[in-house]
Design a protein around this ligand. Structure first.
Ligand code: NI
Length: 219
């Protein structure tokens, strides 16, 4: 990567940190740092363009659609403004904004396919941060942020067929594991991410088994 591109990345990282530091729903600056690092790791394995991958990782949650009443056009617009302000090349801006628009999981029955290798890399990095021990922590943080109950045995998990249905869901947090997190392992695009997902997936299964045993007072 040339020094000019490196400079743009540093500035964008500064802008993202400023905007997301201290955010309380699990989409904070440290989530971005983890996704950024993971995206670089996967990009190396896959031979993806680092400039595009890093920018998309840094800006992917700059205005998460879940926090804008289900409007998934807000994040790419904010990302475009920031990238233009820092004089990123137009072609790069278009590519990064296209990735950001298609990043999020929007329900078990909703496809979110990425057209480019760079998109697939960043999507995988973001999804890896939603599972495993970090995923458990982020899921409960997000549930609390949305004022959701932890678990209700009378409410069964729902497989949402549209982004609206998914967004409006008031499922307890434990259901979210079945509605999204346990599905992610099979929705990853790259081999590097699939390998890392194995252990993280297993940990969530163990966690849920233990949670339900404790719920019933069995352990
Ligand atoms: Ni994210």
């Amino acid at each position: 990567m040339d020094p000019e591109q490196q400079k743009i990345i540093e500035k964008i990282a500064g802008a993202a940190e400023q905007k997301l530091a201290g955010e309380g729903s699990g989409h904070d600056w440290w989530h971005i740092v983890r996704v950024w690092n993971m995206a670089k790791h996967i990009a190396k394995c896959e031979g993806a363009n680092f400039f595009v991958v890093e920018l998309a990782a840094l800006l992917h949650d700059i205005a998460d659609w879940k926090f804008h009443a289900g409007d998934d056009t807000v994040a790419p617009k904010i990302a475009r403004d920031i990238l233009e302000k820092h004089s990123a090349p137009t072609e790069t801006i278009d590519h990064v904004c296209d990735i950001i628009a298609k990043m999020s999981f929007k329900g078990a029955g909703v496809k979110t396919e990425m057209k480019t290798l760079e998109g697939r890399v960043v999507q995988d990095a973001d999804r890896l941060d939603a599972i495993g021990a970090i995923g458990v922590a982020r899921t409960f943080a997000y549930g609390g942020h949305k004022n959701r109950s932890i678990y209700d045995p009378n409410k069964k998990p729902a497989m949402h067929q549209s982004k609206e249905e998914y967004f409006e869901s008031e499922s307890p947090t434990i259901n979210h594991f079945y509605e999204k997190l346990l599905l992610l392992k099979d929705r990853l695009n790259t081999k590097a991410a699939q390998e890392l997902a194995e252990g993280r997936h297993r940990f969530m299964e163990e966690y849920l088994a233990r949670f339900l045993q404790e719920w019933d007072g069995k352990v």
